[in-house]
Structures are given as C-alpha cells and as structure tokens.
Design a protein around this ligand. Structure first.
Ligand code: CAO
Length: 440
C-alpha cells in the first residue's frame, strides 16, 4: 500500500477558498485528472483534479471548509490504481480514455461573467438549432467531472454535443446549462415559430482527416457569437455601400494634430465619423430607433448614444459613447481611447455597454476594401468603415487624386427601406466630405 497525501496545488493568489463540493468519498477509485473537490473564489469556481490514479483512503475536507495552497485534501493509495476500472458509460468516455491533461492543473469552471456585447436575449448558434439535445454523437471524446456527467444525465444532455469552456475544453456545469437554454430558446424562439427551421450543421469528428487541436472560445466570443447569430437570424439585412471623399477632412485632421497632442489625445478619422453619424442620425430619426417587442411599433430615441466595436484579445465588444452630438472632437477622442483601454483590459462596466442607438465598426486602422457589418440588434443600423485610399476621381474635366473612404451601411429592412438607406449614406457622405455641414 502506497498512500500519498494530495495537497491543494498552487492555484494562484487565493486565500481561504471555500470548498463548495466534495466529489469523492473514501473507497472511490479515481483516475488521474479526475476532479476531487470544487472551490469557489469571488471570480471563478475551480475543480481540483487528482494528480494520480488510485483509491481514496481519506477525505480531509468537507463542504464549507476553507482551504489554502498546501492543505491536504485527500489521501490516495496509488498502488490500488492497478485494480480494474469500472466500465465507462456508453457515449460518455471516462476521463482516462482521453489524452491526459497536465497533472495538478486546477480547472477554472466558472469565470466571472464577462460583459456581453449587448443585453439582448441570446439564441442558439446555427449549429445547435433544432438539434435534439439528447441524440448521441458517436466517436466524440470530452472531459467532464463525475458531478457534471451526472448533471448532464439528469437533463438528458449528450455531452458530446456540448462545448466545454474549461481548461482543454473541459465541460462545466455552466456549459450544460447554457446548452439546454440555447436548445429551449431555439425551439420556442422567433426563428422556429416563424415556420422555417434551420437544419443543424453536421457534427463531424475532424480528427479522422488529420491532426486537430480543440481551442475553447472565450466567454466574450461565445456571448457575442450568440448575439450575432440572433441578429443575423432575426433581422433582414441590406447593406448599402458608398465611398466618400475625405480629402478635406484629412487635411483638417492633420492641421489639428499638434493641438490634439497638446490636449493629450490622438485624433483618428473615427471621431470625425462619430460626429458625422450623430449629425446624420438627427436628420434621419428612423435610424436612431428600435422595434418594440411586438415588432409593431418603432421607438424613436431622443438621445444619440453610439456603440463602437472594439477588437480585444478576448473577442469583440461594443462599448457605447453617450450623447455624441453634444461632445467635441477632443472629448470624443479621449473617451474613445479610455473606453478602448477598458475594453482591452476586460474592465468595461454594464453601463459602458448599454443604451446604444447605432453602432460603428471601423476596420480602417487594419485594412480591407469593404465588409458587411451585422446590425447590432435591437438597433436598426450599423456603419462599417474600411481603410481610406487615395484614388483618381473624375471632376468633370480631369482625374484628381482624392482620399476616398469606403463605407458600408447595414440596416434592418423591416424598419428602413432601400431609398432611406441610400439617403442616409448619401447624407453621411456629404457631411464627411464637407464638415461645414455639421454647423448648418
Ligand atoms: N482609413 C485609414 N486609416 C485609418 C482609418 C481609416 N478608415 N481609421 C483609422 N486609421 C488609422 C488611424 O489614423 C491610425 O493611424 P496612425 O496611428 O498613423 O495615426 C491607425 O489607423 C490606427 O487607428 P486605431 O485603430 O488605433 O484607432 P481608431 O480610432 O481608428 O479605432 C478602435 C479605434 C477601438 C475602433 C479600433 O482600435 C478597433 O478596435 N477596431 C476594430 C473594430 C472591429 O473589430 N470591428 C469588427 C467588428 S465585426 O467583427
């Protein structure tokens, strides 16, 4: 008999973490990496895995105890590991049948809620639409603790269909809850009741074709993905393209550079676009609106708050800049810079994210000729901005080099018709080409 103590591994800068679940009992046979206990911090819950296989001889913690790094959690007889393992359940391979994760790595299972792209009810992504939640998928492997497996069994969820958000794709209780929610939303949601149903994408074991790696999506990516799917499926989109001459705007921007630097801000074309959009929204109130829940009334907003898509290492977020019509270029620059930093540091507050009337997605700093942005519902329109480029423009007598900015306006065709879309983008273009329009 080789009984070894299992101490709480180094799980970072935590003290006195409460034990919220003890997952093993004396006499249980555990596999390496099988979860022993679940701990909860104010930011996350994490499962502590067994560093080796064996039979549990002693459990030294109980629910509601608090533990620190180095505290002994259990004692395991490692030699007993040689005894035959229980038969794994069908379509739920035991943790030992998948590649072993690194020993002693704690598994964060429930990160603190990240800020959603917009507070809109989420629908399932297209590939789970109408997919029966308990139809087994064969040939798939996954990590999940016994308690999570039991939870899945209670709800009749086939774990192979669930995307795990834990380390190395480990499936957490939350993943199952989200999966079931998605399935329910989808079966009663507007898409399903509209009469059409969307066939799910097939579930394929790609490893049959070559080497693969499974990388879990970040929490923000999953939330924004669901929100984008909802918008894409519910809103009939039209995208209107244009190119606007910003030669004079650019000259003005360059002339302001020194003053901007003195004021401690960086003036990019985006703040001019924000101002021009706010001005155009005031002229076209239907673009500064949302449909109500019945879909029969349009709610016109008397304020102009504009969301700006920000690319962060964890995914796309859309913080909102309030009262854009009442702010100057320098103030908007400072606010845009501050909100982008908060977004990239993952420090946006729910306030930062709510109340938007219209969104702008600017990829101009990166490149590309044009793209079709997805309306950020319940807003009814979004502007996509691509990289400006010097182009020959015919002035009636000769070609002139002009700096042209590509714009793409996507809108909800239930609210905005094509003529209005064309008028809006033409009006916006007129302001960007001649900023004096702003004071008219
Ligand atoms: N044409 C040419 N150059 C442009 C431009 C345009 N349309 N827009 C910005 N630029 C330039 C800027 O002037 C700046 O140049 P300098 O460094 O030489 O001054 C450079 O590109 C970088 O700009 P920036 O991206 O730092 O600043 P911004 O104000 O244009 O944008 C922000 C801020 C937060 C919107 C941006 O950083 C960002 O995250 N963009 C990505 C948004 C996104 O992912 N959208 C897709 C959503 S759908 O998946």
């Amino acid at each position: 008999m080789t009984v070894k103590s299992v101490p709480l591994p180094d799980i970072g800068n935590f003290k006195d973490l409460p034990v919220i679940e003890v997952l093993v009992a004396v006499g249980d046979r555990v596999e390496a990496e099988q979860s022993l206990i679940t701990l909860e911090s104010d930011k996350a819950t994490m499962e502590i895995p067994a560093p080796f296989a064996g039979v549990v001889k002693k459990v030294l913690v109980k629910t509601d105890d608090t533990v620190n790094v180095g505290d002994i959690i259990v004692e395991i007889d490692a030699q007993d590991a040689a005894s035959p393992a229980p038969e794994p359940a069908k379509a739920e391979p035991a943790a030992s049948s998948v590649p072993a994760p690194e020993p002693t790595a704690p598994t964060p299972v429930e990160a603190a809620p990240a800020v959603a792209v917009a507070p809109t009810p989420a629908a399932a992504p297209a590939n789970v639409v109408n997919s029966p939640i308990n139809a087994p998928t064969f040939g798939a492997t996954f990590h999940a603790s016994p308690s999570v497996r039991a939870f899945a069994r209670t709800l009749g969820v086939d774990l192979a269909k669930v995307t795990g958000t834990g380390v190395k794709g480990r499936i957490q209780k939350d993943d199952i809850t989200a999966f079931v929610k998605n399935a329910l939303t989808q079966s009663s949601g507007p898409v399903a009741t509209a009469g059409g149903s969307i066939p799910p994408l097939p579930s394929i074991d790609f490893s049959q074709f070559g080497k693969i790696e499974t990388v879990p999506l970040s929490r923000i990516q999953k939330r924004s993905g669901k929100h984008l799917s909802t918008c894409w499926l519910n809103i009939p989109h039209v995208t209107q393209f244009d190119e606007t001459d910003i030669t004079d705007l650019e000259a003005f921007r360059q002339s302001l550079k020194a003053r901007a630097e003195k004021a401690g801000v960086k003036l990019t074309p985006l703040v001019f676009i924000l101002k021009a959009v706010a001005h155009t929204l005031a002229d076209f109130p239907k673009f500064n609106a949302s449909l109500d829940a019945s879909g029969e009334n349009l709610i016109l907003k008397k304020y102009i708050h504009i969301g700006v898509a920000v690319d962060t290492p964890n995914g796309l977020v859309v913080p909102v800049i309030r009262n854009v019509d009442q702010k100057g270029l320098f103030e908007l620059s400072a606010e845009l810079a501050a909100v982008s930093v908060r977004a990239r540091d993952g420090k946006l507050s729910p306030d930062d994210m709510s109340g938007g009337c219209f969104s702008i997605s600017s990829l101009g700093g990166i490149g590309g000729a044009q793209f079709t942005p997805i309306v950020n519902g319940p807003e009814v329109a979004i502007l996509g901005v691509s990289r400006s480029k010097m182009s020959p423009v015919w002035n009636g007598e000769t070609f002139e080099p002009r700096l042209m900015l590509p714009l793409a306006l996507s809108y909800d065709h239930r609210v905005i018709d094509g003529a209005q879309g064309a008028r809006f983008i033409t009006g916006l273009s007129a302001v960007l080409s001649d900023l004096r329009e702003l004071i008219l």
